[in-house]
Design a protein around this ligand. Structure first.
Ligand SMILES: Nc1ncnc2c1ncn2[C@@H]1O[C@H](COP(=O)(O)OP(=O)(O)O)[C@@H](O)[C@H]1O
Ligand SMILES: [Mg+2]
Length: 244
């Protein structure tokens, strides 16, 4: 994504206006991209809650659990709105120390309905006893979600084997290392080298913003984001973020 400068200097009025409109267009696209998943989680879980309440007798525990997810997705969506705006204006983000693996579990909960819908098996290998992560918690959730969404999107089209995702975390030379492996189609040859470019997508209707946003977030934390082919299928995305 190009830098978003809302108030550029030393330009004539026309150029400045065009630049501002371009920045606003990028901001709108990024917001649309980043709130899509939490909004989908709200709709799916609200529907589920209504169905539990329509049972005779109503299944209150299940309805309550679904509504708790609606609330959590709603507050994540509004946090994401603030975060995307902050990223666009290149503000440093709000760094906290927090347990990364709790955040990983929260995001998996929000993606649960989609994972179930596409019969995707998730395996989790989180190294216990790691120190807390030192990062912006909302941005960390955005990276996990965007990489997982890509895994779900490739796996939706994968047939003839159990669809699976392996999510792992470990401490690696003072940095926390996360990896998300899927056994989907792997990186298309025409996509190699362009994955992290804003607006590049090999999918019909894809916005091509997920990995560009992830790279921006990880870079801003002094971490690294990269990928490798999976064995025997799919791909593995890795990223590192600073530990306390
Ligand atoms: N897990 C994956 N498996 C295969 N290809 C992937 C995967 N993740 C990303 N890609 C490739 O990277 C491109 C860019 O991803 P992204 O920036 O998230 O945009 P989008 O998902 O909208 O296409 C995708 O269109 C796809 O070609
Ligand atoms: Mg994507």
């Amino acid at each position: 994504m190009g830098s978003m400068r809302y108030f550029p200097q030393r330009q004539d009025a026309g150029q400045a206006q065009a630049e501002r409109l371009r920045g606003l267009g990028q901001l709108a696209a990024s917001i649309a991209h980043e709130v899509r998943q939490p909004l989908a989680a709200i709709a799916l879980n609200a529907d589920a809650a209504l169905r539990w309440l329509d049972h005779d007798p109503p299944r209150l525990e299940q309805a309550r659990a679904a509504l708790a997810l609606v609330a959590s997705a709603g507050s994540h969506a509004s946090a994401v709105l603030r975060s995307v705006h902050g990223l666009a204006s290149q503000s440093p983000g709000s760094h906290h120390t927090f347990a990364a693996d709790d955040a990983v579990h929260d995001m998996l909960q929000l993606l649960r309905a989609e994972l179930l819908q596409h019969a995707i098996h998730v395996e989790i290998q989180l190294q216990p006893g790691r120190p807390p992560l030192c990062a912006d918690p909302v941005q960390f959730r955005q990276v996990i979600t965007n990489v997982l969404m890509n895994a779900i999107e490739t796996l939706r089209h994968t047939h003839g084997r159990q669809r699976s995702v392996l999510l792992s975390s470990r401490l690696d030379g003072g940095m926390q290392h996360f990896s998300i492996a899927d056994n989907g189609a792997g990186i298309a040859p025409q996509a190699a080298g362009r994955l992290y470019d804003a607006l590049y997508s090999s999918k019909p209707g894809g916005m091509g913003l997920g990995l560009a946003i992830c790279r921006r977030i990880v870079d801003a934390h002094g971490g690294r984001l990269w990928h490798a082919p999976g064995a025997p299928h799919g791909s593995v995305f890795h990223f590192t973020l600073p530990s306390q």
